[in-house]
Design a binder for this molecule. Structure first.
Ligand SMILES: Nc1ncnc2c1ncn2[C@@H]1O[C@H](COP(=O)(O)OP(=O)(O)OP(=O)(O)O)[C@@H](O)[C@H]1O
Length: 483
C-alpha cells in the first residue's frame, strides 16, 4: 500500500477521494488545513499527495515547492475548484504530477493515482539500481541528487555516446569522468586526461595530435599525441571551455571522422576513443559570446551530467567526512579519529564554495591541527568554517530567545503600572529608564520563575542569561524561586 495524503478542507471532497482510493485498496491519511498537512509531510513518508489550492490557512500551490522538496519527495496532484491557466502552469512548473478540476470523475482520479504510483515505483527501482550494476569506485554519498547522477553514469555505460560533465569546481567532475570510463566498454584501455587549461599555446596541436620527425625544430622523432594514445580508450578533455577556437574546429572534425593528421604529417591517423569532457564554465553563454563553437557543444553533450554543489547534497557530508578522515589518517600514519557531533554540525552548516575538494582539505587541516587527539572538535577546523558555525548558532539562539521573551511576557507587559510620579515632575531620562527597567525586570523574573518552575538551568536557557545573574536579580527584587 502506498503512502497517500489528502490535504483538503472540504469534507465531501475528502470523502469522495477516500472512496475512490479505497477502491484501489489504498488507505489515505487526511489533513484539513495546510499547516496540518505540512506537518504530516515533514514527519511522515508519502508517495502521493492530493493538494487543494484554496485552503483556510494558505494557498496549496505556494506550498508545493516545500512539499516536493520534503524528505519523501512525493508526487502531488493539485485539486482545485477554480481552474485557471496561470495556476495550472505554476503547479506544473513547481513539479506537480497533475492539476485536476473539481468535480472530478472516479475514473480520472484512479487513472492518475495508478500512473503516478507506477512512475514512482519505476523511479525507485532506477534509483536503487546503479549500486547493483555500477562500479561507483570511490564516489561517496547517497543523496537523491548524487544517486540521480550515478543513474546517468549507468546510462553512459550502455553506449559510447559523448559525455559532458559540468559543475562547480571541486564537485567531482574528473572523478565522475573516471567512473564513466571504468564502467564503459573502453575500461581495459587508456584513460587519457587532457587539461585544456594548461596546454602550451604553441604546442597545443603537437600535444594533441602528435608530430612527425622534423615537423619543427626539436622534433627529432615521430611522436604520438594524446588523441592517438586514447585509441580504444577514453579521452577526457578537462576544462574544455579553455580550448582555443582554432583547436575547437579541428576537434569537431576529429569527432566526426575519427581521423586527423599529426603536425607536419601527410598521412591521416585513426583513433577511436570515447570522449568525455568537463567544464565549470557556462558553455551556452560562451557560444552566445562567440567563444565556443555551437556545433562542437552540440556534439559534446550527447549525455550531459550536471553535478550539484555540495551545499545541495548536505546529506552526503557525514559519509564523505567518515571516509576522508579514515583515508587521511591512514595517509598520514595516524590512528583513525572520531569527532564530536558539533564538528559535523559545523561542516553541515557551511556552504562549501570549493565543494568536496574544500571539504577534504578542511578535514586534512583539522586532522593535522591536533595530530595526537583521537577526537576532532570544531576548533580544529579552518576559521571561516568555525566563524560561520558560531554565527549561525548565534542567529538561531537569538531567534529563539526573541520569540520566547515576547510570547511569555507580552500579556503581562501590556498592563504595567508605572508609578504616578514617574514623569511628573519631569526627571532625568536615566532615572526614568532605571525605574521602568527595574519594574519590567521584576515582572520578567516572576514570569521566568513560573515558566521554569524555579529550575535555574531551564530559566537560563529560556532567558539566555547566566545562572549567577539570575541569582543576583532574584535577590535584588526579593523574588523566591517558587513564585
Ligand atoms: N562524490 C564524491 N565522493 C568522494 N570523493 C569525491 C566525490 N566527488 C569529488 N570527490 C573528491 O573531491 C576532489 C575534487 O574532485 P574532482 O577533482 O573530480 O573535482 P572537479 O569538479 O574535477 O574539480 P575542478 O573543476 O576544480 O577540476 C577529488 O579528490 C575527488 O576524489
Amino acid at each position: 500500500m502506498a503512502g497517500i495524503l489528502i490535504i483538503d478542507d472540504e469534507p465531501q471532497i475528502r470523502e469522495l477521494l477516500i472512496k475512490h482510493l479505497n477502491e484501489l485498496d489504498q488507505m489515505p491519511m487526511v489533513a484539513e488545513t495546510l499547516a496540518d498537512g505540512l506537518e504530516m509531510v515533514a514527519s511522515g513518508t508519502f508517495d502521493l499527495i492530493f493538494l487543494d489550492v484554496n485552503l483556510p490557512d494558505g494557498n496549496g500551490i505556494e506550498a508545493l515547492p516545500l512539499i516536493k522538496n520534503s524528505r519523501s519527495e512525493p508526487e502531488v496532484i493539485i485539486i482545485t475548484g477554480e481552474g485557471d491557466e496561470q495556476g495550472a502552469k505554476m503547479a506544473i512548473d513547481s513539479g506537480a504530477w497533475d492539476y485536476i478540476l473539481k468535480p472530478f470523475s472516479g475514473y480520472e482520479i484512479k487513472l492518475q493515482v495508478k500512473r503516478s504510483l507506477d512512475f514512482r515505483a519505476s523511479k525507485k527501482a532506477l534509483n536503487s539500481s546503479p549500486e547493483k550494476i555500477l562500479n561507483r569506485s570511490s564516489i561517496i554519498g547517497s543523496s537523491p541528487k548524487l544517486l540521480s547522477r550515478l543513474n546517468m553514469v549507468a546510462q553512459c555505460a550502455k553506449s559510447d555516446a559523448n559525455v559532458l560533465i559540468t559543475g562547480q569546481t571541486g564537485t567531482g567532475k574528473e572523478l565522475f569522468a573516471k567512473v564513466v570510463h571504468m564502467n564503459s566498454r573502453q575500461e581495459k584501455n587508456n584513460f587519457v586526461v587532457v587539461d585544456c587549461a594548461s596546454l602550451p599555446e604553441q604546442l597545443v596541436e603537437s600535444v594533441l595530435f602528435g608530430h612527425v620527425k622534423g615537423a619543427y625544430t626539436g622534433a627529432d622523432s615521430n611522436q604520438d599525441g594524446l588523441v592517438k594514445k586514447a585509441d580504444g580508450g577514453t579521452l577526457f578533455l578537462d576544462e574544455i571551455g579553455e580550448l582555443p577556437l582554432s583547436i575547437q574546429k579541428k576537434f569537431l572534425r576529429i569527432l566526426q571522422e575519427r581521423r586527423f593528421k599529426p603536425v607536419g604529417g601527410t598521412n591521416e591517423v585513426v583513433s577511436h576513443f570515447r570522449l568525455v569532457s568537463a567544464t565549470n564554465r557556462n558553455l551556452e553563454e560562451m557560444v552566445r559570446e562567440n567563444q565556443f563553437r555551437s556545433d562542437l557543444l552540440f556534439r559534446l553533450r550527447t549525455i550531459h551530467i550536471d553535478l550539484p554543489p555540495l551545499k545541495e547534497c548536505k546529506e552526503d557530508i557525514k559519509d564523505l567526512t567518515l571516509h576522508y578522515i579514515y583515508t587521511l589518517c591512514n595517509h598520514h600514519g595516524f590512528e583513525n579519529k572520531g569527532f564530536v557531533s558539533e564538528f559535523l554540525k559545523a561542516l553541515e552548516s557551511y556552504d562549501w564554495p570549493g565543494n568536496i575538494r574544500e571539504l577534504i582539505s578542511s578535514l586534512e587541516k583539522a586532522i593535522l591541527a591536533d595530530p595526537v587527539s583521537p577526537i576532532l572538535y570544531p576548533n580544529c577546523l579552518p576559521n571561516p568554517i568555525r566563524i560561520h558555525y558560531i554565527q549561525s548558532s548565534m542567529n538561531k539562539t537569538r531567534a529563539g530567545c526573541d520569540f520566547k521573551r515576547v510570547s511569555q511576557t507580552s500579556d503581562k507587559f501590556q498592563s504595567i503600572d508605572l508609578p504616578d510620579n514617574l514623569l511628573d515632575p519631569i526627571k532625568p531620562l536615566k532615572q526614568v529608564k532605571d525605574v521602568a527597567i527595574s519594574i519590567i525586570e521584576k515582572i520578567y523574573l516572576e514570569k521566568l520563575m513560573q515558566s521554569s518552575n524555579g529550575d535555574l538551568d531551564k530559566a537560563g536557557t529560556l532567558s539566555c542569561i547566566s545562572k549567577s545573574r539570575i541569582y543576583s536579580l532574584l535577590k535584588k527584587y526579593n523574588i523566591s524561586r517558587s513564585v
